[in-house]
Design a protein around this ligand. Structure first.
Ligand SMILES: [Zn+2]
Length: 209
């Protein structure tokens, strides 16, 4: 099984990607983390990426592709999370996998209504130390994280205007990818509890097991 994984902010995509990787024994690549890791390691590629990021630009498709290909090389089973972001990357990935004779099984899109995303994300508080997320009024800004004691803050990302922007941004890039993957696409309902969504995904993904 080789899949790409999408979901709007607040859909629980990260958690579900992690669970599916464990459940189906997939090499899990989260590209946001990858690029940061590359920067931290101060590799040649990392230095190039740092320059681009510091200049306020987006890392270009060629570099992202290069990075992803180098990290999936040698793996027969993987899940890509946060990638591809556009058609150039999607086509690049298909070209690469075709050469490797390991075509992509399909694309997963977790779907969830905008109103639900806003409901889930607004008032959310995050621990910068351990990643715990709480919700007002159960937790309030300035409270200590119940797991590690760090002070909880509302991330800029979780403010209403920013949530709306993030949604617009998400649909702007995924609408093209949904078309591109139309013949190997699974839409998974993201409503309900985390465990319910996990069950839905497990069942849906079993076709590629
Ligand atoms: Zn914490």
């Amino acid at each position: 099984m080789r899949i790409v994984f999408f979901g709007p902010p607040g859909s629980g995509k990260g958690t579900q990607a992690e669970r599916m990787s464990k459940r189906y024994n997939l090499h899990h690549l989260s590209t946001g983390l990858l690029l940061r890791e590359e920067i931290n390691n101060n590799s040649e590629l990392g230095k190039r990426i740092r320059k681009i990021v510091e200049s306020g630009h987006l890392v270009d498709d060629e570099i992202v592709n290069e990075e992803v290909f180098s990290k999936v090389k040698g793996y027969d089973r993987f899940l890509l999370d946060g990638y591809p972001r556009n058609l150039i990357q999607a086509e690049g990935l298909d070209d690469y996998l075709e050469k490797e004779k390991k075509p992509l099984s399909g694309a997963i899109f977790i779907t969830i209504p905008d109103a639900e995303v806003i409901e889930r994300l607004s008032g959310r508080l995050t621990c910068s130390q351990c990643g715990f997320t709480g919700k007002q009024p159960l937790q309030n800004p300035g409270d200590e994280c119940p797991r590690c004691g760090t002070i909880l803050v509302e991330r800029n990302d979780d403010r209403m205007e920013v949530i709306e922007q993030r949604l617009v941004h998400y649909y702007n890039f995924t609408k093209h990818l949904e078309k591109y993957y139309h013949d190997r696409l699974l839409n998974i309902d993201g409503m309900g509890t985390v465990d319910q969504v996990t069950l839905r995904l497990e069942e849906a993904l079993s076709i590629w097991e």
